[in-house]
Design a binder for this molecule. Structure first.
Ligand SMILES: C[S@@+](CC[C@H](N)C(=O)[O-])C[C@H]1O[C@@H](n2cnc3c(N)ncnc32)[C@H](O)[C@@H]1O
Length: 244
């Protein structure tokens, strides 16, 4: 399972800082391109954190996510946005000034087509959807995402939930086995299991895929600043601009 109701809520409350930071960079880049209003397409929009910030800044936002539970949250958190359940690889891309894919969206093997070929095909469609000066802002997980640990274990302890992750990295594949314990009102705990598979992409391959369709590409280690959720290695941000 990928992003059922509990994992979606946990992502929203604990890991949303990355999307908020991405929104700051996107707004700055759009303003630098003279695009102070317009339309943003958020691929893998999750719980609508980036969408809410872009709406607040005066943009119209359409989001798509494969998780129905994430879309429920997005509709609540960004009610002025337009949200669809579906795969980014099927998404019809409206003419846009910005397109985003934050939080390793394009690595997730939720869709059997996930991989560099699908990434390259999507880059072609994003380039076509963007106007001159438009920005495609995304991050991807790269080899080394497990920080050299194999397996890597992560544990988060929160008032009403605990989350443990056992992650193994094998070549271009990362498996994250996640166990969540949700505390019920009666004090008992309910267990939820998720298994996330991510395809890892090398930075030069991502740059090549973006440049070969015409983007000017800047690779970065963070959106604006490192937040609590910014990975310290095995991860990169790409700000790809469509030349005027
Ligand atoms: C780590 S979350 C990031 C959510 C949001 N972009 C953010 O930054 O907060 C990854 C999201 O990608 C979505 N996702 C994964 N594969 C997808 C696909 N093929 N099409 C659409 N959404 C996908 C998941 O459902 C999940 O909401």
């Amino acid at each position: 399972m990928y992003y059922g109701p509990d994992q979606a809520q946990i992502h929203h409350t604990r890991f949303g800082d990355l999307a908020a930071d991405a929104a700051r960079l996107l707004i700055a880049r759009l303003h630098a391109s003279g695009l102070t209003d317009g339309h943003v397409t958020d691929l893998g929009c999750g719980s609508g954190i980036l969408a809410a910030a872009l709406l607040q800044a005066g943009y119209a936002v359409a989001g798509i996510d494969i998780s129905a539970d994430m879309i429920d949250l997005a509709r609540t958190n960004a009610p002025a946005g337009s949200f669809t359940i579906g795969s980014v690889h099927d998404a019809e891309l409206l003419p846009s000034d910005g397109v985003t894919a934050t939080g390793e969206v394009l690595n997730y093997a939720t869709d059997p087509r996930a991989g560099l070929d699908a990434f390259s095909e999507l880059a072609v469609r994003v380039f076509a959807a963007l106007g001159p000066g438009g920005v495609f802002l995304l991050d991807v997980a790269t080899p080394g995402r497990n920080l050299g640990m194999n397996p890597r274990h992560v544990f988060h302890d929160h008032d009403s939930w605990m989350l443990g992750m056992h992650a193994t990295e094998d070549g271009a594949r990362l498996d994250r086995r996640i166990v969540i314990l949700m505390r019920e009102p009666d004090g008992r705990y309910r267990r939820v299991d998720e298994h996330h598979v991510l395809m890892l992409y090398d930075v030069p391959d991502v740059v090549t895929a973006l440049e070969s369709v015409g983007f000017t590409v800047e690779a970065r280690a963070a959106y604006t600043v490192a937040t609590a959720s910014t990975p310290v290695s095995g991860w990169a941000v790409f700000a790809a601009t469509k030349p005027r």
